[in-house]
Design a protein around this ligand. Structure first.
Ligand code: NAD
Length: 501
């Protein structure tokens, strides 16, 4: 790993320098060993970054640049990310434990995000609205100023790009706050952006604790918007802080997504999809298909096949190309997942498969946990209602569509859902009735930057991705331009008054 990728420096308003906060120890989850230290940012660094961002927006003329001029820089950043995708993937695998195939794919998807946003920006139209009088009426869009981007640890680079690219495209400066558990690729992204020609000071990267650095960013009077991805409790709290400033926020939060297998499904495909839906990324995915619903008629066969296939998944380090289930982000998170499973078992759930760290001594030092399925639970049990954010699914049954829809929608969340059936009319019916931002039919965990993404209820507020993703970082303005030259209604009165005077 190139030493410069792990330099103890953060990016504050165009200056690479040490943070002034606590020291973060970065641990490789596959081995438990510390591979780097980083001095975190503080609220003072936030203030410096925001002030520099405001200065940079006007000094560089970024906000005034024409869309195709900003797009040129964004496209270059996308291409440069692609060129560095192997290096970014290796860095992220070391930091998060994820498989190399996934982290490299995340880097490529971040590159695609910058290029999509560039293309969308060049073709984003403003509107001449229908006339209701003599004025020409226009609806235009303007940058907001400096925006904050707060991201979680589970998909760094992809979640960074999803916020930073559209926010920059919209003509803003960005202060990004990556998580303490995975700060390195966001810093690398900033180096790449700098080299690709992003004006100095437009992007700051301030890794640090949420309670100090994140909180200061959201509360800062000159931050005009915050886009946040993370847990529902944190999102609720941030919405409260933002409400005091009347500041817009986009919140991408947690989930407990139902994946549903009907009796007429292709069970081979369904089993593969269920496994991938919950156990890829070791279940540390907001859209993880963590509540599996099986129609009664295929319960026995599906349970048998699912248990066998789960037990055969390859658990190992993310750097090994054979690995399907890599370690969790930290040992403490792994212990939290294990504790939740144990509590559910104590409350009456039955372990169908998994439920412990792997016994392989070669994996003993890593933050591993076996892919786990719990049965003998009811949808109303806490284990079926709380997000675990680990490789753990609950298995539930249903009789018919009514029973399924009632159970699937009985949750505080509304992020994603999967439907496995060979009847497309049924798929259409159920897709429309499930309360979720995204529904997958006979597939799962497909991502597309050109397709809007959002959560309902406790899963979030606002939309990311797609063309509207850029507009969410802009203010809309209406402009009325008189074209007739006719006297205004009160002009005649004024003329009479001035004649009389
Ligand atoms: P988290 O809420 O603990 O932290 C997310 C980010 O917020 C981190 O950068 C953290 O430092 C920061 N933060 C924490 N407290 C803060 C505060 N008081 N003020 C400002 N910032 C603060 O979440 P996490 O554990 O890092 O991530 C896992 C969660 O993220 C899961 O619930 C998962 O479902 C969710 N997630 C959602 C999506 C989505 O698109 N809906 C995507 C990925 C992850």
């Amino acid at each position: 790993m190139a030493a410069e990728l792990l330099r103890d420096e953060i990016l504050v308003g165009g200056h690479w320098r040490r943070g002034t906060g606590p020291v973060i120890e970065s641990v490789n989850p596959a081995t438990g060993s510390v591979f780097a230290t980083l001095t975190a940012a503080t609220p003072e660094d936030v203030d410096e970054a925001v002030t520099a961002g405001l200065r940079a927006v006007s000094a560089s003329g970024w906000a005034e640049k024409l869309p195709h001029e900003r797009a040129l820089v964004l496209r270059r950043i996308g291409d440069a990310i692609d060129e560095h995708s192997a290096e970014i993937g290796a860095l992220q695998t070391m930091d998060t434990g994820k498989t190399l195939s996934e982290t490299t794919a995340l880097a490529r998807s971040a590159a695609g995000t910058f290029r999509y946003v560039a293309a969308a920006l060049e073709t984003l139209e403003e509107a001449i609205t229908p006339r209701r009088g003599s004025a020409l009426t226009l609806s235009t869009w303007e940058p907001m100023g400096v925006v904050g981007a707060i991201t979680p640890w589970n998909s760094p680079i992809a979640s960074d790009a999803q916020k930073i690219a559209p926010a920059l495209a919209a003509g803003n400066a960005v202060v990004a706050k990556p998580p303490v558990w995975a700060p390195w690729v966001t810093l690398q992204l900033a180096r790449i952006a700098e080299t690709a020609g992003l004006p100095t000071g437009l992007l700051s990267v301030l890794p640090g604790p949420g309670r100090t650095v994140g909180e200061a960013l959201v509360a800062h009077p000159q931050i005009s918007k915050v886009s946040f991805t993370g847990g529902t409790d944190t999102g609720r709290h941030l919405a409260g802080v933002a409400a005091q400033k009347l500041m817009p926020v986009t919140l991408e939060l947690g989930g407990k997504s139902p994946t549903i297998v009907f009796e007429d499904a292709d069970l081979t495909q369904a089993v593969a999809g269920l496994l991938y839906g919950i156990f890829s990324s070791s279940g540390q995915s907001c859209i993880a298909g963590s509540r599996i619903f099986v129609q009664r008629g295929v319960e026995e066969e599906l349970v048998r096949r699912l248990a066998e296939a789960t037990a055969q998944l390859t658990v190992g380090p993310g750097s090994d190309p054979r690995t399907q289930v890599a370690p969790l982000i930290t040992h403490s998170h792994r212990d939290r997942v294990a504790e939740m499973v144990q509590r559910a078992v104590d409350d009456g759930a039955r372990l169908l498969v998994g439920g412990a760290p792997p016994s392989d001594p070669e994996l003993a030092a890593g933050a591993y946990y076996l892919p786990t399925i719990l049965t003998d639970v009811k949808n109303s049990d806490w284990i079926c209602q709380e997000e675990i954010f680990g490789p753990v699914a609950v298995l539930l049954t249903f009789d018919d569509e009514e029973d399924l829809v009632r159970q699937a929608n009985d949750t505080i969340f509304g992020l994603a859902s999967g439907i496995w059936t060979s009847d497309y009319r049924r798929a259409w019916r159920i897709a429309r009735r499930i309360q979720a931002g995204t529904v997958f039919v006979n597939t799962y965990k497909q991502f597309s930057i050109s397709t809007p993404f959002s959560g309902r209820h406790a899963s979030g507020l606002g939309v990311e991705k797609g063309r509207e993703g850029i507009r969410s970082y802009m203010h809309q303005k209406s402009i009325f331009i008189d074209t007739s030259g006719e006297p205004l209604p009160w002009a005649a009165d004024q003329a009479r008054a001035s004649d009389a005077g």
